[in-house]
Design a protein around this ligand. Structure first.
Ligand code: ADE
Length: 227
């Protein structure tokens, strides 16, 4: 899978895409993540990519031309499953959306900035508008990072134990069961007896029951989604 991220702040994302699980996934050849500086597609000598809005509103708006030039250059090289725009008024990002996007071959994520982007880009080039939550960030870079992380980590082979990605909180609309490691008794704080029993079927049953109980207590809304 390949993700192309278009941003005016590539430096903000460079460390993120190079390090840790994302870095290893790229070294293993499982994913490619490319950062594109939108200013490289500006045609003016100041490399400006924004301008004042028509109508006299406050703030600056990202212009059509550099975005169109960048997206067109990418599309000339390969087909894209989605051209995503990060915006607080987009569809809410969640685990099912991450699962669906992780099956794509090629994705573009355009990071919003300033007051927004010229609406014509949204009408003509963007295929999916995504918000990571009901709050406003200063730019779309953190939203792109959150989405990329959630998408890439479930690409088969990216995290060692695939089973562990499938048993995450929110897969199946259930929160994950608690986990423990050695020692079994730390300062008198003990691990549930069942986990030390070696009885696989009973442990599975315990895990599911814990998931249900935690979801009911902490996120009852997820159980409604689960019908
Ligand atoms: N840009 C600014 N706020 C955002 C949000 N909540 N989600 C996605 N992109 C954004």
């Amino acid at each position: 899978m390949r993700i192309d991220i278009i941003t005016v702040l590539p430096e903000l994302l460079e460390g993120f895409v190079r390090e840790s699980i994302l870095g290893r996934a790229q070294k293993k050849g499982l994913v490619e993540i490319h950062l594109h500086n939108l200013r490289d597609y500006a045609t003016n000598k100041y490399r400006r990519v924004d301008d004042y809005p028509f109508g006299g509103f406050a703030g600056m708006v990202m212009q059509c031309e550099p975005i169109d030039r960048c997206i067109s250059a990418l599309k000339a090289e390969r087909d894209y499953d989605e051209v995503i725009f990060t915006t607080p008024d987009g569809e809410q990002f969640d685990q099912p959306m991450a699962n669906t996007l992780s099956l794509c071959e090629n994705l573009i994520i355009l990071c919003g900035h300033y007051k927004g982007i010229d609406y014509r880009i949204r009408e003509h080039l963007i295929t999916k508008e995504v918000s990571i939550g009901d709050y406003v960030l200063t730019g779309g870079e953190l939203a792109a990072a959150v989405m990329t992380d959630a998408i890439v980590r479930i690409v088969p082979g990216v995290i060692g134990d695939e089973q562990s990605a499938l048993s995450d909180s929110f897969q199946d609309n259930l929160l994950a069961a608690p986990v423990y490691t050695r020692p079994a008794d730390y300062k008198g704080w003990t691990v549930p007896e069942i986990l030390l029993s070696g009885h696989e079927a009973k442990i599975k049953e315990w895990e599911l029951q814990q998931s249900f109980e935690r979801t009911k207590a902490l996120r009852p809304d997820l159980l409604k989604k689960k019908d």
